[in-house]
Design a protein around this ligand. Structure first.
Ligand code: GDP
Ligand code: IMO
Ligand code: MG
Length: 417
């Protein structure tokens, strides 16, 4: 059966590690949304791979497809593709011809957008031009990969884009759109990657009845419609976007992935956030530094209330928990099980003011005793009892089995049940 690995928190749950781990059994690995705001780190023996756009299945030599829901920065893709070619022999990457491009002015607009907000209202974007690129897609202005076949077509689109955006760029002292330079860059880019560009129909035909693995980017709580708006990314990260973003009308099982604690990079509500030494300790031990922007990730206890919501909106059938090893040395580990009461149905997760105003009390947390270090990483049965209690509590609360437990960044630090 096809599978989708979807982040259930605010991103960085370990999607890259798990996609690499399970991709062995699949024929094609697909990204269907987001862009190079994503940072998926995969460690294999002595090699560390930091992937932003290319699906993590590439490391095992799997065929990889970037669907039309992705926004693609040509310069970034070209660099990432060349880096991966140094490590992987003849990587097989397909790019949907219907992909919308991120151009220089999108990055300028991303920075302008942030600059006009008061400091406490800033989103804290990755500055990769993601929001403005999706705005152009919805506004029917995007330059698509298929446009790059024709100089006239690029020029025609760019001239109207220029008319629209130059006054804004100019008023913020940003350089205006340079049509000649952009056309020439895009034509060069097209020359280098045209063999990778395919029609969706070709992918559908070639991978009919083959096993497909979908790799989510970001997490459910950053979803444009379901997350804490406006502190979200600009794409739908939930699994129901897979069919639209990949154009592959296939069935799949959703594997929801979460860390044994919570992190968030950028601004926005975070009910179980820790502002004390424990939060700092988790950040340090968990190496919680953003891959894309090198910002320190905010840390907190695992929040089962929002996790339950994420499981529902993604129709999660199986769970994967990562990074419990980071909590090994803590004397107490807490789980957030309610927001002042158990009426989580009344919390609107897309209304950030309400979430922001929550202030959790002791009775909102279930407390677990230290589980210490563990040696045998291959079997669930031999894990410390206190860690097993933690896992069972989460499964019972969510009523979904945790089938994969990751206890370190390496492939062999993974338990399958
Ligand atoms: P993604 O964006 O969801 O792919 O996650 P990131 O790659 O941004 O962040 C996860 C980080 O944790 C990476 O550096 C992984 O190498 C690392 N990692 C993944 N699983 C585990 C785990 O079980 N334990 C520990 N300690 N690190 C892990
Ligand atoms: P992966 O795939 C964590 C966050 C940004 C910011 C918000 C909007 O590695 O889990 P954007 O640049 O997308 O407009 O920023 O979303 N964000 C992520 N946080 N992991 C990610 O991806 C993220 N991609 C975007 O920090 O708060
Ligand atoms: Mg990440």
């Amino acid at each position: 059966m096809n599978k989708a690995v979807i982040g259930l928190q605010w991103g960085d749950e370990g999607k890259g590690k798990i996609v690499d781990f399970i991709s062995e059994d699949f024929d094609l690995v697909v990204r269907y949304q987001g862009g190079n705001n994503a940072g998926h780190t995969v460690i294999v023996d002595d090699d560390t791979y930091k992937l932003n756009l290319i699906p993590s299945g590439v490391i095992r030599g799997k065929k990889c497809f970037l669907g039309q829901g992705v926004v693609l920065d040509p310069n970034h893709f070209y660099t990432e593709y060349n880096q991966i070619r140094k490590k992987i022999d003849d990587p097989k990457i397909y790019l949907s011809s219907n992909i919308s491009l991120i151009l220089e002015y999108h990055k300028q607009l991303d920075i302008i957008n942030e600059s006009i907000l008061n400091s406490e209202k800033k989103i804290g974007t990755t500055s990769k031009g993601i929001g403005p690129a999706y705005q152009d897609k919805v506004g029917r202005k995007s330059i698509k990969l298929y446009d790059l076949k024709s100089r006239n077509r690029i020029e025609e689109k760019l001239y109207s884009i220029k008319k629209f955006y130059d006054p804004i760029l100019d008023s913020f002292n940003e350089s205006k759109i340079n049509v000649d330079q952009t056309v020439s860059d895009l034509l060069n880019f097209y020359d280098s990657v045209k063999e990778l560009i395919v029609d969706n129909s070709l992918i559908k035909k070639e991978f009919k009845n083959k096993k497909i693995l979908f790799e989510g980017a970001q997490g459910a709580l950053l979803d444009l419609d379901h997350g804490s708006y406006p502190y979200v990314t600009s794409s739908n990260t939930v699994s129901s976007n897979i069919v639209i973003g990949s154009a592959l009308q296939v069935e799949y099982i959703t594997v929801g992935i979460f860390k044994a604690y919570s992190t968030r990079v950028g601004n926005g509500p975070f009910p179980s956030e820790l502002f004390d030494d424990i939060g700092n300790y988790i950040a340090e031990k968990g190496l919680e530094i953003g891959t894309v922007t090198k910002r320190k990730r905010r840390c907190g206890w695992l929040d089962l209330v929002s996790l339950k919501y994420s499981c529902e909106i993604n129709r999660v059938k199986e769970l994967c928990m990562t990074k419990a090893d980071v909590l090994n040395d803590l004397s107490e580990i807490k789980l957030c099980k309610s927001y002042n009461s158990n009426k989580y149905e009344n919390i609107n997760f897309s209304e950030s003011d309400i979430l922001e105003s929550l202030s959790l009390v002791d009775s909102d947390f279930e407390v677990f005793q230290s589980w210490g270090n563990f040696n045998d990483l291959n079997k669930f049965e031999t894990l410390p009892d206190n860690l097993k209690k933690y896992i069972t509590y989460i499964e019972d609360y969510l009523n979904i089995p945790i089938k994969i437990i990751s206890l370190g960044p390496e492939r062999n630090q993974t338990i399958i049940r």
